[in-house]
Ligand binder design. Structure first.
Ligand SMILES: Nc1nc2c([nH]c(=O)n2[C@H]2C[C@H](O)[C@@H](COP(=O)(O)OP(=O)(O)OP(=O)(O)O)O2)c(=O)[nH]1
Length: 160
C-alpha cells in the first residue's frame, strides 16, 4: 500500500455545565453534520494555537486559560491517500456568546441529548469517554463519509 499523507487537524469541545456547544456545518467537509469546532493546523502554528483560532473563527467564542488534550483520532478513507490526524481538545474556560458564521451555526445541546444521528458516525463511540472526563485514542477507516469499515478505540490515561 502506498504511504499515507498525514495532515493535522484540531477539534475542540466547548462545554458549559451540562451542555455542549456544537455547530451545524453549513459548507465544505462534513457539510450537514453537527460537530465541535476545528480545522486544519496552519504552518507555524502549534496544535493548541490552531484549536483556539478555529473555535474563534467558527463560533465567535474566545477560549480563556487554554485547552486540554482529550483525544487523538486518525481517519482514513478507502481509496484516498490522506490520513487525517485530529487532535481533540476541551476548552478550560471561555468567554463570549456563540455567533453564527459562514461555516457554522452554533447551538447548545444537553450532554444526554447530543444529535448523534446527525454527527459523524464514530462520534457516539468516543463522546461518552470525554464527557465523563476521560481521554481516548481512536482510528477509523471510512468508506465515503457514512460507513465505518474498521475501527480501533481505547481509553488512555495520557498521551505519549
Ligand atoms: N467529530 C468528528 N470530527 C471529525 C471527524 N472527521 C473529521 O475530519 N472531523 C473534523 C476534524 C476537523 O475539525 C474538521 C475538518 O476540518 P475542515 O476540513 O473543516 O478544516 P478547515 O475548516 O480548516 O477547512 P476549510 O473548510 O476552511 O478548507 O472535521 C469525525 O469523524 N468526527
Amino acid at each position: 500500500m502506498a504511504s499515507l499523507i498525514r495532515k493535522f487537524y484540531t477539534l475542540t469541545l466547548i462545554r458549559s455545565g451540562n451542555k455542549v456547544l456544537l455547530g451545524f456545518k453549513k459548507r465544505g467537509f462534513g457539510q450537514g453534520k453537527w460537530n465541535a469546532f476545528g480545522g486544519k493546523v496552519e504552518k507555524g502554528e502549534s496544535l493548541e494555537e490552531a484549536a483556539i483560532r478555529e473555535v474563534h473563527e467558527e463560533s465567535g467564542i474566545e477560549i480563556v486559560g487554554g485547552v486540554e488534550k482529550v483525544g487523538e483520532l486518525e481517519f482514513t478513507f478507502e481509496g484516498e491517500s490522506n490520513l487525517m490526524d485530529v487532535h481533540v481538545f476541551a476548552a478550560k474556560s471561555f468567554k463570549g456568546e456563540p455567533v453564527e458564521t459562514e461555516e457554522m451555526r452554533p447551538q447548545w445541546f444537553p450532554i444526554e441529548d447530543l444529535p448523534y444521528s446527525q454527527m459523524w458516525p464514530d462520534d457516539y463511540l468516543w463522546y461518552p469517554i470525554i464527557l465523563k472526563g476521560g481521554k481516548f485514542r481512536g482510528a477509523f477507516h471510512f468508506q465515503g463519509h457514512d460507513i465505518i469499515l474498521s475501527q480501533k478505540l481505547e481509553e488512555v490515561n495520557e498521551f505519549a
